[in-house]
Ligand binder design. Sequence first.
Ligand SMILES: O=C(O)CCC(=O)C(=O)O
Length: 310
Amino acid sequence: MKILAANQNSQKLPIWGMIAINEQVEFVTMNDREKYLFDLQGFLVVRDFLSNTEVSVLNQAIDANPDKRFEHPRADLDGTPLDGEFGPFWHYDGMLTWPDPWCQPFRHLLAHPKVIPYLNTLLGRGWKLDHSVDILTATTGCQGMGIHGSGNVTFNGSRFYAYQNNRMRCGLIVCEYYLTDVNPGDGGLCVIPGSHKANFPCPDDIRMWETNQEIVFNIPAKAGDLVIFNEATSHGVLPWRAAHERRVAFYRYTPKYLHYAGGVYQMQMPEWVSELTEAQQAVLEPPYIYNRPLIETDGETLVRPRREGE
Ligand SMILES: O=C(O)CCC(=O)C(=O)O
């Protein structure tokens, strides 16, 4: 583990754009094309994010734990094109505490070195896992889910999109790792591109995919691709029509000062957390600002500035 005091970070960062936040440090950000696309669309597809080995180890872990699978309740979508035979997904949860070695590939994704520039750019340095990690799977006949997430219609401090002083900021970000292919027309995750900036409410018949289907984009991507979207971007799920199983790993992150998922917050970390790297542990810290451990772009080094970039 390496811990640097603020301002001692003289590491030369090799790639992409750099941005100084509160004049303290420079860090690697998303590149200009990615910033343009995310700002424009409210989501981004990062192709080939995971290696074939990473995808296959994640899938092996899921295959080895069929007893952890449970069905999401079927919603009453009668008469809408979103309906299907089963609920929208089968979930798996608790992956971070699955017995070794099955927990490892999920722990690895918590602070994956390649995801750091994205989370730093969209949330500011210092971000945390929010909600527990989820695996969503679907088989032919799974129903969809209504489009939700309402842009700028009302200010919502927990799921917003803001752009100011050359920085993008989001309240809640979803990193959705595709573990099987999604081809055009298969179904699964859909978005209304640009809706993170919407000022008017989405009409119910669009939310239920009954009209204006042409504005709803079902994101095709390959196993190993990463889709990042803002929870404020209107998104939903289209019924799964492909013969193969849909599988995605769902990691939600919030800025270091925000906690979304409710419940009684426990300040005591469970024992298993001590098995993680210090960077992975930093992602599980509760919301606070002062002296928070921030992860450098190598995915290992921690810095603890008094405050930065909120
Ligand atoms: O299945 C997906 O990709 C999106 C799921 C979703 O939006 C939700 O669970 O709220």
